[in-house]
Design a protein. Structure first.
Ligand code: UD1
Length: 391
């Protein structure tokens, strides 16, 4: 059922944009730029929950994506899901009370997305959810819970692919609330493409020179961070052994997420990856990550963002998961869902090495202009809401 917003709180035109964790920044940056064109009539506030806080997981991305220093940082840090979500809610509520925004804009599916949506919706403030309706249908994933609940709390839901529309409608969301905007993640890919260093320079700057045969790429880029892949000792060990097998065929560039690094150390698996044909990198910035994707022969990952970026850039991607909430990357893009079975993964790696992989195409409205469509829609919504001032 749709909620009609009553004047429970006196609101103004302010829009609060929320970010919290690494995959949020590249989604919010183009939205921020699109809103900035309407300043000062449209006051926009950037709130960082502090879910991610290390410079390499946060600050560096702000600089590279040309996002301003957040107006407010809630500095919640890491914790269990319950405590992190609760901390964000406690600290976000006074922000809503002070600024009385017309709406908040949240992106993606991290804990910050849900926590801030819950606070806003209970205060009768509209939630605008960008990247709505994606479903893995796997409720063991914390992100799936965040997606389902955020969408139920949202007033406007911006989708990246048509499957998201049918998911939302099945869950009782009114068709009129859904807007097919395209993919803001890909806006950032196109906006930053020219500023990206080539992969060779990226690898040289980390001290790895041997990943190239002459000028041509001969490495596979690897990222892993999903709890289902890296928190369980047996699953992680099996994946690392598989990576070792792949490294016999092609040099690996393995970018280690803090969660993955901590677990490799905890389980004593460092020797499994401490090999000359596996280049281990710490968390890297957005531009270097894009540079490594562009230069890679293939990407092996469990990241949602990389499934989309590889499809947009035409780079073969093997997703080390049993499901994906981004089916369009498989149906139309370069993505293949390979799960965690070693034999299946190796077969698909060989197909790519032999050049027999599918080529894929860029999905509809992944055209670099999604954020402009979203900003326009939100501004119209504010304009049509009873308490608004003309923008
Ligand atoms: C979170 C998101 C996930 C997203 C991922 C991208 C949720 C439920 N999960 O998972 O959807 O794909 O971010 O990275 O919101 N840590 C640091 N420095 C930091 C942040 C975290 O060292 O700046 C370490 C901490 O030890 C922490 C661990 O990484 O416990 C995991 O961080 P957390 O934010 O809990 O989850 P992610 O796995 O990063």
């Amino acid at each position: 059922m749709k909620c009609t917003f009553s004047p429970q709180m006196e609101k103004n035109n302010t829009v609060i944009c929320v970010v919290g964790a690494r995959p949020n920044y590249m989604k919010m940056a183009p939205i921020w730029r699109a809103f900035a064109k309407h300043a000062p009539a449209l006051p926009v506030l950037l709130v960082h929950t502090g879910q991610h806080y290390d410079s390499e997981m946060s600050e560096r991305f702000f600089k590279e994506l040309d996002l301003p220093v957040p107006d407010i940082n809630l500095a919640v840090g890491s914790n269990s899901h319950a405590l992190q979500t609760a901390d964000i809610m406690k600290k976000f509520e006074p922000v809503i009370d002070e600024y009385k925004p017309s709406c908040i804009v949240v992106v993606g599916d991290v804990n910050s997305t849900l926590a801030c949506s819950l606070v806003a919706a209970k205060k009768n403030i509209a939630v605008m959810h960008v990247e709505a309706g994606l479903r893995s249908f796997d409720r063991c994933m914390p992100e799936e819970i965040n997606r389902l609940l955020t969408d139920q709390l949202s007033t406007r839901l911006y989708i990246t692919e048509e499957t998201a529309r049918s998911n939302l409608i099945k869950e009782g969301i009114d068709q009129s609330q859904i807007c097919f905007s395209g993919n803001v993640m890909i806006d950032s890919v196109f906006a930053c493409r020219a500023a990206v260093r080539d992969a060779k320079s990226v690898l040289q700057s980390y001290g790895f020179e041997s990943c190239f045969l002459g000028e041509s790429a001969s490495y596979a880029l690897v990222t892993l961070h999903r709890p289902s892949n890296v928190d369980n000792k047996d699953v992680l060990e099996s994946l690392l052994v598989t990576l070792n097998n792949i490294a016999e065929r092609i040099q690996l560039v393995f970018v280690l997420h803090p969660r993955t690094k901590a677990n490799i150390e905890r389980f004593g698996f460092y020797d499994l990856i401490n090999k000359s044909n596996i280049a281990l990198l710490p968390p890297i910035g957005y531009l270097d990550s894009l540079g490594l994707v562009v230069g890679a022969k293939m990407v092996l990952t469990d990241s949602g963002g990389l499934q989309e970026e590889t499809t947009a850039l035409g780079v073969p991607c093997l997703t080390l998961r049993e499901n994906t909430e981004r089916p369009i990357t498989i149906e139309q893009g370069t993505n293949v869902l390979v799960g965690t079975n070693s034999k299946t993964i190796l077969e698909q790696v060989d197909i790519i090495i032999q050049g027999k992989n599918k080529k894929g195409k860029v999905p509809e409205l992944w055209d670099g202009h999604a954020a402009e469509r979203i900003a326009k829609d939100i501004i119209e919504w504010i304009h049509n809401s009873p308490s608004s001032i003309k923008i």
